[in-house]
Design a protein around this ligand. Sequence first.
Ligand SMILES: [Zn+2]
Length: 393
Amino acid sequence: MENSPHDPQKTPQEWSKHCESASGSIRRPKLPLSPPSTVKKSSQKPLNSVPRPKKLLPELQKCSSRARKPRLKYRPEPNTVFDLELYVSGARNSPRCNESNAQFLRYALQYSKRTIVIAGAGVSTDAGIPDFRSSDGLFSTLRGPGVSSGKDLFDYNVVYSNAEMGLRFNRMITQLHAKCQEVSPTRFHQMVNSIAQEGRLRRLYTQNIDALEDQTSHLQSKIPLEKPFPTTIQLHGSIKHMSCNKCSKIYHLDPQLFKSHDHHVDRDIVPLCPQCAEFESVRAIAGMRSQGIGKLRPRVVLYNEIHPEGDSIGNVVLQDLKGKPDCLIIVGTTLKIPGVRAMCKQFARQVHDSRGIVLWVNTELPAKNLEDFVECIDMTVVGDCQNIPVMLE
Ligand SMILES: [Zn+2]
């Protein structure tokens, strides 16, 4: 007896042979290209489709960057001042710390999906790192004979102008480096890290050189700056690295190399690059012409020098502007640096054009000369930024 089509004995290969021989002898009726309308379509989903729940539990929504953003029901008048210190201390009825404005601030931090943070020294002072401009900041404490302001020690034209200034600069760098080695990220850093962990942070631009972000899980920077761009952009470099001005090699900063005592002679003040020195000795053995040895500098950008990574940072900013950020947080900075101020203006306009939220968070109100873009600020949050995570709790 011939095997029936349902014969379980046949292997798939035998079946295909069977069908080939059958098609040679039997003429099949022509089938229509699509099934007639009376045939019910299979309701079975393809195997590779991912099941998507129609509703997510609120707990899951919180940690998913694709979670639906609730509609913003209240937007304060432009440049409304919110007193964070008063609010955290329990006051609720003052016009400067009412509950609606607190909700607006929470909304910006908890639901924005493409947040840009532009940070200054104010986010790190709580870790014990001095800022620049306050009464006990570096510009005051570094003042001394021959230094009218500590700002001089961050001026390229000054720090390498003579041996005495060079020694002072080295002293300041080694002390700051030691300080940065022993501190940890602040609560504010951890809050921004959580936003990044939830996939809602587009970028953190920091003017700080303390590299505290590198101690967090999701705010890593990258040196040198290249694609794919890291989450954190160190606008003014990092105290933890040094680089050669000739071969551009980047090293971890070794404070031992930066002599700071008065008995050190001139040639010790700016250390030499080991890589260049090695190449130079090889050239000498080979009887080749000397090309000189580069000098090592802390990888921080000083006043009056061209930013070595200015073009790359410009590219990151352009990319982020195109990405339509929906929230800008300018925090812990008075925006005294013109380049950073211009960048903030660009982001503020872009965010506002897309009906996003612009926040200014600092212990003081924006200066008068920032008025031309203050109109883009939705809320000026006055107080210590470390109290924002406290408020969210
Ligand atoms: Zn070198």
